[in-house]
Write a protein that binds this ligand. Structure first.
Ligand code: AMZ
Length: 269
């Protein structure tokens, strides 16, 4: 078990903040975050966020997560898909199984919409919570949570044609991604996870230009998500002209288009 996890795995850690995870996030190299998307207790990938277009990759998310850890990943990116639609955690059991099975830090998004849920997940050993819908509907909570749990709150900005979508990506807004990101500039959030919805699960490469523009517009570390499916995609993000914290990849890791160890080596090199 890593020192990080030891320090963040018990109830007593919530107010002690022995280690600032943002220091971990501000790594010298980009971090590869393998995505574990949870639907009905299984590990799936969707196409452009459509729950009806789910491919099941594993019946045991914890075994899958451990396989990623054993292959060398340094973080896990977890999404409770049912939770994102329901507005409350649904796949909590699977998340807890993953936390028990793995030692690397994990971030989780999907249905985390209030302080009690944030606190509960952080107490259970998550390194970071990801706030998506509430960042639009109740941005004050982002400020409060980031203040209370320094370095352990990330904002998930999921965009369709540059505009933020919420509630499982079922609702479009007229809020521009960069404008919303700027709003959190002084909130103390650990990272912004930027997903281009039209790229997600499509295996056609990430939106490098939009990711770079966002990362250049704010000082918050940005994680790229959506469409990352090859070493060339990672190289493009690495040299996009803006320092990125990392990249999330899902489907490509599951179907073998992207080898996790090769991906990590490229980002570290
Ligand atoms: O694929 C989807 N339809 C989807 C998805 N992956 N909908 C939401 N999410 C993820 C976001 C973010 O990590 O990328 O759920 C999180 C946001 O959840 P919420 O409940 O805070 O909006």
């Amino acid at each position: 078990m890593r020192l990080y996890h030891l320090l963040h795995s018990g109830p007593s850690v919530v107010n002690t903040r022995p280690l600032n995870p943002r220091k971990i996030a501000e790594s010298l190299y980009m971090i590869l975050y393998p995505a574990i998307d949870l639907k009905d207790g299984q590990c799936v990938r969707l196409l452009r966020g459509d729950m009806d277009k789910a491919t099941v990759f594993s019946d045991s998310p914890a075994v899958q997560a451990k396989a990623f850890e054993d292959a060398g990943c340094e973080w896990l990116h977890l999404v409770d898909l049912n939770g994102a639609f329901a507005g409350t955690p649904v796949n909590g059991g699977a998340v807890e199984d993953i936390l028990s099975a793995c030692s690397v830090p994990a971030q989780l998004g999907g249905g985390i919409r209030d302080m009690a849920t944030i606190e509960r997940w952080l107490q259970k050993g998550l390194a970071r919570v990801i706030l998506g819908t509430v960042a639009v509907e109740n941005p004050t909570l982002v400020f409060e949570a980031a203040r209370e749990f320094a370095g352990r709150v990330a904002v998930g900005l999921d965009a369709r044609d540059g505009m933020v979508a919420t509630r499982g990506w079922a609702e479009d807004t007229e809020i521009e991604v960069t404008a919303l990101a700027r709003r959190f500039e002084d909130a103390g959030v650990a990272a912004i996870i930027y997903t281009d919805i039209n790229r997600d699960g499509a295996m056609h490469g990430p939106n490098v230009a939009a990711t770079a523009a966002l990362a250049n517009a704010v000082s918050i570390p940005v994680i790229a998500s959506g469409g990352v499916s090859s070493l060339a995609d990672l190289e493009a993000l690495k040299s996009c002209g803006a320092p990125l914290n990392g990249a999330i990849s899902g489907r490509a890791l599951y179907d073998g288009a992207l080898d996790l160890a090769d991906a990590i080596a490229l980002l570290k090199g």
